[in-house]
Ligand binder design. Structure first.
Ligand SMILES: [Zn+2]
Length: 357
């Protein structure tokens, strides 16, 4: 694996992914999105199944749930397509399902959220129930998404002070999700998004009848630069013990205080037990660090502001897109090497885990 597995645009990433999937003999289905990409191109969630269709175990790797975070997930998927690990998996009764660009609109347009400013990792909810209120977010929303962009130095200083005061008050945290401000950050939406329904359809198609499903959803933007935090949600003690046996004692349960990620509702992998109720599930959110947290937060704020100001001057919009790309994709060879190296070790551990009886 090498740094040249990283693409410069969604369009390039998609073309390379589809070419490599075809070359490996994968069964491919493209779920075309109703909107167009930043270059006017077709955008889609592409699913590629490698290995025996009737294998008892399935290893899912998904990319781009948060738009430009997909530069890294796509590179990991491309690496796996060219790796002997993928061919060996089939001999152990395991198939590999690569879901490319869960949020293709955001990947192409360089927004972490989708076409409706929905944070997809807050959208996999039971919409018959009200989304949990988030008073913490309410306190800082006007400072996070100011009327004018870029914000004034005085607003920035006030926000920094307020964020500092909120440290330690984590339930809910600012980024736990909210369903009140469609132009805000971490917006959960009020109904299942296109990506939500499409992921569920892919799971039903490929997950039915499996004995065991492992799922790594690749993200970037939180934690120390280049480090891949292995985030694990709230599951049974048995599932947690299995995940730790596979992936190591440095697995971080997201409900623990030291996690880089706050507790959230509506996480993507939470749909797997609903769509594939007969399979054991071992899921992970793999979160690679990029820039310091205030820089990433500022990029998210700019993105939210731009969603609410679609007629912004082109130079302001371009600066916001540039900041979003830089916040989620570090264009440096050492960083790319860390992403791919850690991913390969995790892929090997996952396939070894699934191969156990
Ligand atoms: Zn993410």
């Amino acid at each position: 694996m090498s740094a040249n597995l990283f693409s410069a645009t969604y369009r390039q990433a998609r073309e390379r992914f589809l070419d490599a999937a075809r070359a490996s003999g994968a069964a491919i289905r493209s779920h075309v999105h109703p909107r167009k990409g930043a270059e006017g191109e077709e955008i889609a969630m592409d699913a590629a199944l490698i290995g025996p269709a009737d294998a008892s175990s399935l290893f899912i790797v998904s990319s781009g749930t948060h738009g430009p975070e997909g530069f890294s997930g796509s590179a990991c998927q491309l690496g796996l397509l060219g790796d002997s690990l993928a061919t060996r998996a089939g001999q152990n009764d395991t198939a590999i399902l690569l879901i490319h660009a869960v949020n293709p609109f955001g990947f192409s347009h360089l927004t972490r959220t989708n076409e409706d400013n929905i944070d997809l990792n807050r959208n996999f909810n039971d919409f018959s129930q009200p989304y949990p209120p988030n008073d913490t977010y309410e306190e800082v929303h006007p400072l996070l998404v100011p009327a004018i962009w870029p914000p004034s130095d005085a607003d920035e200083a006030l926000l920094a002070t307020r964020m500092q005061e909120l440290v330690g008050r984590r339930t809910p945290g600012v980024s736990s999700g909210q369903a009140v401000h469609p132009d805000g950050l971490f917006y959960a939406g009020t109904a299942p998004s296109w990506s939500n329904s499409t992921v569920r359809a892919i799971l039903r198609e490929h997950g039915a009848g499996r004995r065991h499903i492992a799922w790594i959803d690749v993200h970037t933007g939180l934690g120390p630069r280049g480090h891949g935090e292995k985030i694990f949600g709230r599951h049974s003690a048995e599932t947690q013990a299995r995940a730790m046996a596979w992936w190591g004692r440095d697995l971080i349960v997201s409900t623990m205080a030291q996690s880089v990620s706050p507790r959230t509702a509506g996480h993507i992998t939470s749909c797997a037990p609903q769509e594939c109720p007969d399979a054991a599930l071992t899921p992970m959110t793999l979160e690679y660090g990029t820039l310091p947290n205030p820089d990433v937060r500022r990029a998210l704020r700019g993105e939210a502001w731009l969603f609410g100001h679609p007629d912004a001057p082109p130079a302001v919009a371009a600066a916001i897109k540039r900041a979003a790309r830089d916040a989620f994709y570090v264009d440096a060879d050492d960083w790319k090497g860390m992403i791919l190296g850690q991913f390969r070790a995790l892929a090997l551990q996952t396939l070894n885990g699934l191969a156990q009886p």
